[in-house]
Design a protein around this ligand. Structure first.
Ligand SMILES: [Fe+2]
Length: 319
């Protein structure tokens, strides 16, 4: 027996060693392949999501709303720029931009050029933190850390030209909804809007827009960057029919099947992207865009393709 054990031990050690010697390079190769895929392929593999939702008065014509978010544009991202520009082919009645459009001091002009013909259409916008504060190098895996453990920007002075970005969109007639209300007639429908600046950097001032959304409008749309539940609750309580947000990047680095790992704000993982209700069992519709881009310092997306969404609004069933 001892002889057997003595003989078996070096053999199993040998096998274990071989297994380990195989496992390390295989794991490293898989890791490198996944990183290459996430940074080169999926990051440029843009998806158009389509949803249809019954929020219009009975008898209305369908209304196409293009929701874009989180482009985080730097001047070199030509593929992203031409993909955004081609979204005009969808012939949307309305464009909603939920922020984080730029990630570079020279990105305003390229971003406005990317919008191109979309700027000739009715549009509304809010800002995200990244429209004001340029990206800083950091651990690219910080997206996987839970909310609250990463710290937030302590910077007080904006270093990106957000005024230029705002002025460019205002010049096209788009509505600035940062802590403001607004109204547009689009496709023959009166739409009441309410929006807030980014709660992720404590710039939201709901009290400035609080109160019931116009009950006489055909539709009430709330626009915000971060889908923070306390704000979504207020919009829903004030009677907004459709709540549009971005910010989460859908998690950006996701696990197949499991999905979003972190949401970067208070929203639950299950509603970090796509179309849901708010509250989860409530009346308002919530659409969270997983966004078009990434921070230049975390240039990867995995199991979470960059996206824009075309929301086709159709009539509710008659009560
Ligand atoms: Fe973002």
């Amino acid at each position: 027996m001892d002889r057997v054990r003595a003989a078996a031990h070096p053999r199993s050690w040998h096998h274990g060693s071989v297994r380990l010697r195989t496992l390390i390079p295989v794991t490293a190769a898989l890791g490198a392949a996944a990183a290459g895929y996430a940074t080169v392929i999926e990051r440029n593999w843009f998806a158009l999501r389509r949803f249809s939702l019954p929020v219009l008065p009975p008898g209305s014509e369908p209304l196409r709303v293009l929701h874009i978010s989180d482009a985080h544009l730097t001047p070199g991202r030509k593929r992203l720029m031409s993909w955004i520009r081609a979204l005009d082919d969808l012939d949307p009645h309305l464009v909603v931009n939920t922020g984080d459009s730029i990630a570079h001091p020279e990105a305003v002009r390229p971003f406005l050029d990317s919008l191109g013909p979309l700027l000739d259409r009715p549009g509304v916008f809010v800002f995200g933190s990244n429209d004001l504060y340029g990206p800083k190098p950091g651990n690219p895996l910080r997206y996987l850390l839970p909310e609250g453990s990463r710290g937030r920007s302590a910077r007080k002075v904006a270093d990106l030209p957000w005024e230029k970005l705002r002025d460019g969109m205002l010049a096209a007639g788009w509505l600035d909804l940062n802590n403001q209300r607004g109204q547009l007639t689009v496709g023959g429908l009166d739409i009441a809007f309410g929006g807030v600046h980014d709660s992720h950097i404590y710039r939201d001032r709901y009290e400035q827009i609080a109160g019931p959304a116009d009950p006489d409008a055909d539709l009430r749309i709330a626009v915000l960057h971060s889908p923070e539940p306390r704000l979504l609750d207020r919009f829903a309580a004030d009677g907004y029919d459709l709540l549009l947000a971005g910010h989460t990047h859908g998690g950006q680095l996701c696990l197949p099947v499991y999905g979003t790992l972190v949401t970067n704000c208070g929203i639950d993982r299950e509603r970090a992207r796509g179309l849901h209700r708010h509250p989860a069992d409530g009346q308002a519709w919530l659409h969270v865009s997983a966004g078009l881009g990434t921070s230049p310092w975390a240039p990867a997306r995995f199991a979470c393709r960059p996206e824009a969404s075309l929301l086709t609004l159709v009539p509710r069933d008659p009560a």
